[in-house]
Design a protein around this ligand. Structure first.
Ligand SMILES: [Zn+2]
Length: 148
């Protein structure tokens, strides 16, 4: 992004120099020369505009990444791991509710509930996002309650 801003500043400086040259020349310039210099100024302004747009794209990408990191930090503060799942924590510090996908959390810091299938302890449960599968016994609901 610094490169884009440096390019924009250079283009604006070049435009300013062309316009100052035109102003300093006053009536010494022919009409054709005046048009040529103004066209040059317009071209450098377009370069500056393109560089600013590139910088805006870079800023937008950073904003998206910052939002993702903020969400990851918020997620980290509210979950705890039990066996193969991550769970929300109640006021007593116990893991409660349905499991979040271990892979999605550990790789992307994203919280997606696992889709439970069947009630047997070896039933396969699947993450709807990354398709990781878990045996139900390792991602049971309310793991700190001691009930599957
Ligand atoms: Zn997943």
């Amino acid at each position: 992004m610094i490169g884009e801003l440096t390019a924009a500043m250079a283009a604006l400086k070049a435009t300013n120099e062309v316009i100052r040259g035109v102003l300093a020349a006053d009536k010494a310039l022919s009409e054709a020369d005046l048009k040529f210099r103004l066209a040059d100024a317009a071209a450098t302004l377009l370069d500056a505009r393109a560089a600013v747009m590139d910088a805006q794209t870079a800023i937008d990408a950073r904003d998206v990444e910052i939002a993702r990191l903020n969400e990851a930090l918020a997620n980290r503060a509210k979950v705890v791991r039990r066996a193969n799942g991550y769970y929300e924590v109640d006021s007593d510090g116990k893991a409660v509710g349905e499991a979040y996908c271990q892979r999605c959390y550990e790789k992307d810091h994203a919280l997606y509930h696992i889709a439970y299938a069947g009630n047997t302890i070896d039933a396969k449960c699947t993450c709807p996002v990354c398709k990781s599968t878990y045996e139900r016994r390792f991602v049971r609901m309310n793991p700190d309650a001691g009930v599957a």
